[in-house]
Structure formats: structure tokens, C-alpha cells
Design a protein around this ligand. Structure first.
Ligand SMILES: NC(=O)c1ccc[n+]([C@@H]2O[C@H](COP(=O)([O-])OP(=O)(O)OC[C@H]3O[C@@H](n4cnc5c(N)ncnc54)[C@H](OP(=O)(O)O)[C@@H]3O)[C@@H](O)[C@H]2O)c1
Length: 262
């Protein structure tokens, strides 16, 4: 059964691409009581312009929060700001969407160095790890405030880590030739393990944790050749998120709800 997403929802990396579209569609489709915490690195600068416009179109529904997921102090400050706003209601849904792919595509072995590897892991793995760890008490509060009969869902309390088909070790023989991307692939495989660990760790709290592949999407990262628009990818992802339950916790799914092997 598909139900509208509700409550306090936080999305990272919302200045453009899939993150911006997630905020747009969540503002349109979530229930009346929903509030979206749209995180970006530059709320007041050029990077936050599209978000500010979106926020003006949905008065009272979107709060823009400054967050650089590669910076621990920035994560702490963002968590404090969100904590003050949500109070005892806690956080219902965290979407770890922000990520980078370095060096620029095609990111072959020869063009990749240690600095690329470290930067990509800092943003794509350490960022979601620390942010989720610091937001865990708020997710626990949201999970506790629902009746025990409710079960796990993205309406109650959930963490969604935006992963990729390219993270799948089983699929690597099929996907390697089209995109080598050593730092990106290994960071997303690590994000999958993070998803699995968080799912086990948070199960007793009734917090659902899943990884979602948005498809190959036409964004700055996905490039112009990508077949999917951000609208269709996010439409699918929100539909999938609305149907998740305990049996999906610890799984990697695509934007159409199909399971992807680790
Ligand atoms: N596009 C695809 O085909 C595709 C396929 C599979 C998975 N994905 C995944 O989908 C997610 C979104 O990708 P996208 O295509 O929308 O990418 P994108 O167009 O490159 O946008 C990336 C977003 O992440 C933000 N970001 C990067 N580093 C950040 C940091 N340190 N702190 C906070 N925000 C940061 C960017 O903010 P700035 O504007 O400040 O740089 C931007 O808002 C990523 O997790 C990506 O791995 C994408």
C-alpha cells in the first residue's frame, strides 16, 4: 500500500539535481503536516537560489539549512538547527542524497589519485555516517511517538541512503566498462555496508534503513546522455519510499522498487 510521506523530512544536497527535485515533489506530494528540511552548502548564495524560489512557492513547508556533509562542524551546526525546529516530534525521514564523483567522468584508473579517493569517501561515506549518527536521537523520538502497531515505514522513522547500481559488486562485470569510477563505486559500496549496519543497529528502534538507486538520471553528475529525467526518477523514488516496510530494511532497491544484488 502506498501512503503520502509525512512529518519532518530532511534531504541533503538539495541545491540542484535529484536533491532539488526531491524537495520540489515532497513539498507538493507530502501530507499537510509535512515539513521539509532542505540542506545545501550555500543557502544564501547562488547555490541556494532555486531552493529559495521553491521555498517561496510553498510558504511554511520548507526550511533551508546550511550543511556541508564533508565538514563535521557544519554537520553539528545543522543537526542543532534541526533539533531546535523539530522539538519533541523528532525526524521522520532522512535522505542522504549529497554525493560527489571525482575525478570527472570517465574517471579512469590513470586519472585517479589518492586525493580523489579520500575526498569522495569523505563526502559519500563519512558524511552520511556522521549525519545519521548525530540525527539518530531525533529519529528515535519520531519512531517512539508512533503507536507500536504502526510497524516500520518512511512515515514513522527512516534513513534512505542514495546509492547506485554502480555500487553492486555482483553487477560490476556488466557495468565496469561503461564507468570505471574507482572512488565513486567503492564509496557507494561502502555506503551499502553502512546501510546494512545501520539497518541492524536501528532495527530495535523501529527505524527503517534502505539504499535506493535513482536510475541513470540527467543531472550534472549523470550527464546529458542519461535516459531518465529528475522528475521521473524522483516520482519513482517517492512512490517506492511510500511503500517500504520492515522487510525492505537493509536492502538496495532501484527507483522502480526492484531489488539490486549487493
Ligand atoms: N545522476 C545519476 O545518474 C545518478 C545515478 C545513481 C546515483 N546517483 C546518486 O544520486 C544522488 C544525487 O545525484 P545528482 O545526480 O543529483 O548529483 P549532482 O547533480 O551532482 O548534485 C549533487 C548534489 O550534492 C551536493 N553536494 C556535493 N557535495 C556536497 C557536500 N560536501 N555537502 C553538501 N552537499 C554536497 C551538491 O551541492 P553543490 O551544488 O553545493 O555542489 C548537489 O546539490 C547522489 O547520491 C548520486 O550518487 C545519481
Amino acid at each position: 500500500m502506498s501512503v503520502a510521506l509525512e512529518g519532518n523530512i530532511l534531504v541533503t544536497g538539495t541545491s540542484r539535481g535529484i536533491g532539488l527535485e526531491l524537495v520540489r515533489q515532497l513539498a507538493q506530494k507530502s501530507g499537510g503536516g509535512a515539513h521539509i528540511y532542505a540542506c545545501c552548502r550555500e543557502p544564501e548564495g547562488a547555490g541556494g537560489q532555486a531552493l529559495r524560489q521553491l521555498s517561496a512557492q510553498h510558504p511554511g513547508k520548507i526550511s533551508i539549512i546550511k550543511l556541508d556533509v564533508a565538514d563535521e562542524q557544519s554537520i553539528s551546526a545543522a543537526v542543532e538547527a534541526v533539533k531546535k525546529k523539530v522539538g519533541a516530534s523528532g525526524l521522520n525521514l532522512l535522505i542522504n542524497n549529497a554525493a560527489i564523483n571525482k575525478p570527472a567522468s570517465p574517471a579512469s584508473l590513470l586519472s585517479t589519485g589518492k586525493k580523489d579517493m579520500m575526498e569522495v569517501f569523505e563526502t559519500n561515506v563519512a558524511g552520511p555516517f556522521l549525519l545519521t549518527k548525530m540525527l539518530h536521537p531525533l529519529l528515535q523520538s519520531a519512531a517512539k511517538s508512533c503507536s507500536a502497531a504502526e510497524g516500520m515505514s518512511c512515515r514513522r522513522a527512516a534513513v534512505i541512503n542514495v546509492s547506485t547500481l554502480l555500487s553492486s559488486i555482483e553487477k560490476c562485470p556488466e557495468t565496469f566498462a561503461m564507468a570505471q569510477m574507482y572512488p565513486y563505486r567503492t564509496s557507494k559500496a561502502a555506503l551499502n555496508m553502512l546501510t546494512s549496519c545501520q539497518a541492524e543497529n536501528f532495527r530495535a528502534d523501529n527505524i527503517l534503513v534502505a539504499a535506493v538507486h535513482p536510475g541513470w538520471v540527467r543531472t550534472d553528475m549523470g550527464g546529458e546522455q542519461a535516459p531518465l529525467t529528475t522528475e521521473d526518477s524522483v516520482l519513482g523514488m517517492i512512490r517506492v519510499l511510500s511503500t517500504l516496510s520492515s522487510k525492505h530494511s537493509g536492502k538496495l532497491l532501484d527507483w522502480e522498487g526492484n531489488s539490486i544484488p549487493w
